[in-house]
Design a protein around this ligand. Structure first.
Ligand code: 6PG
Length: 468
């Protein structure tokens, strides 16, 4: 008897994913160099006729039905290349390798070409939802050759999360690295939403002394409304968690230095490469970097005074905060999706933005009620360049923007840093401004470097000998 599906890497994600595959009626075989991970999976899987594993690559490959469908859930980078090389001698032409990690999209392009030239199939697939998602239903973002995807489609459809309308949160997205690119931008949006949530938390606790219980209640209430989302939900839970090593709530004991594995940074870097502004995401990356400078921050805090926090009515603050978070979540999605639309042209991915929004509706970290409306907006208008221009979103922005202005100016006057909120506000103000002062930059460029400029009253390219 041969197994339907192979998984390399039986860490938390791999083990949960393979058990999910087995729950859905497929037999699965795992590979991990660590015997403990192999034994743990065999024990958890219960019946080795359904889920089995080995530490030996040859045994692993021999136990899989042909064409083999092998997914890798190993750390992005060199480990992926090493696993591929270790498997190659045992594979047959036509076998399918699937990288399910957060691989850099250009690595996926390289690997896909390398393996396709050798006669194998290769897919770069984004998987979102953490360990629980892998076990109960992640959002899956596959890219690579459409014909290779057909081999794995039934298994992915069975294991993926289902949205409210019952549709599985997986769809073929495009050729080569399309899946990894989409997952990268998903993570960029994730960084933005996390930063924005953190700023709202900071404003609430510093300006009106909300207790953790009150914060829990506020976020829980928001999660029952239009802000309903995985990140708002877990935020409300976090405020309730007691410290298991001392008194009080755990959140107050966690060091304020955020780590990162690189996907948010790649999103920003590539957005700059292709010339698309994503300032809410950029600042979220920068804030993780500033947060890491803890000792410098502490020193600087002793050098500079901070204005005192202005008084504000608690109820008014909560109302503005809800609107500001909603507005800025929209800006984070708008920027990420704008980047995807542009990358689709740049890299010839032929992405369908509505499909992407649709498969983000459940299972993934940025799942949110808002994605129902975003899916509808892009279904109604396939040519929509920026979410801010969708009629339904114009109404949403009109109803919230005044609160963002009020909250950002309040925060600035009170010395509370809200760079995600203010970058979202400024992004909106700049994107919707028919006149910006960049005419002056063009004049300066031409003044010091003869870089030329265009005019708003006649066609052509001009240069002036300034000051003469
Ligand atoms: C997901 C997440 C996941 C990512 C973590 C941590 O969609 O399930 O995006 O893939 O690894 O969020 O990322 P950072 O360590 O960079 O915060």
């Amino acid at each position: 008897m041969k197994y339907d599906f192979g998984m390399v890497g039986l860490g938390v994600m791999g083990r949960n994913f393979i058990l999910n595959v087995a729950d859905n009626g497929y037999t699965a075989f795992g590979l991990d160099l660590n015997q403990e991970s192999v034994t743990a999976l065999q024990n958890e899987g219960g019946d080795i006729a359904k889920v089995n594993a080995s530490t030996d690559a040859k045994t692993f490959v021999e136990n899989l039905s042909v064409p083999r469908k092998i997914m890798l859930l190993v750390p992005a980078g060199r480990a992926v290349d090493m696993v591929i090389e270790s498997l190659l001698p045992h594979l047959n032409e036509g076998d399918l390798l699937i990288d399910g990690g957060n691989s850099y999209f250009k690595d996926t392009d390289r690997r896909e070409k390398y393996l396709t030239d050798k006669g194998f199939h290769y897919l770069g697939v984004g998987v979102s939802g953490g360990a629980k998602g892998a076990r109960k239903g992640p959002s899956i973002m596959p890219g690579g050759s459409a014909s290779a995807y057909k081999y794995i489609e039934p298994i992915f459809q069975a294991v993926a999360a289902n949205a409210k309308d019952g549709k599985p949160c997986v769809a073929y997205l495009g050729p080569r690295s399309a899946g990894n690119y989409v997952k990268m931008v998903h993570n960029g949006i994730e960084y933005g939403m996390m930063q924005l949530t953190g700023e709202i938390y900071d404003l609430l606790r510093k300006s009106a002394d909300f207790t953790n219980d009150e914060l829990h209640d506020i976020f829980a209430k928001w999660n029952n409304g239009r802000l309903k989302s995985f990140l708002v939900e877990i935020t409300s839970e976090i405020f309730k968690q007691d410290d298991d090593k001392g008194d009080g709530r755990l959140i107050d004991k966690i060091l304020d230095k955020a780590k990162q594995k690189g996907t948010g940074k790649w999103t920003s870097q590539n957005a700059m490469d292709i010339g698309i502004p994503v300032p809410t995401i950029d600042i979220a990356v920068s804030m993780r970097e500033i947060s890491a400078l803890k000792s410098e921050r502490v020193q600087a805090d002793n050098v500079y005074d901070r204005p005192s926090v202005l008084p504000i009515d608690k109820a008014e603050l909560v109302e503005h905060a809800e609107k500001a978070l909603y507005f800025s979540f929209i800006c984070a999605y708008a920027q990420g999706l704008h980047q995807l639309a542009s990358a689709s042209k740049e890299y010839e991915y032929d992405l369908d933005i509505a499909t992407i929004a649709q498969i983000w509706r459940a299972g993934c970290i940025i799942r949110a009620e808002l994605l129902e409306d975003i899916t509808t907006a892009f279904n109604e208008n396939e040519e929509l360049t920026n979410l801010l221009m969708a009629p339904a979103f114009v109404d949403k922005i009109h109803g919230t923007v005044a609160s963002v202005r009020r909250l950002v100016s309040y925060a600035v006057q009170s010395g509370i840093p809200v760079p995600g909120l203010s970058n979202s506000m400024t992004y909106f103000d700049a994107y919707t401004a028919s006149e910006l002062p960049l005419n002056l930059i063009q004049a300066q460029r031409d003044h010091f470097g003869s870089h030329t400029y265009e005019r708003n009253d006649m066609e052509g390219i001009f240069h002036t000998e300034w000051g003469e």
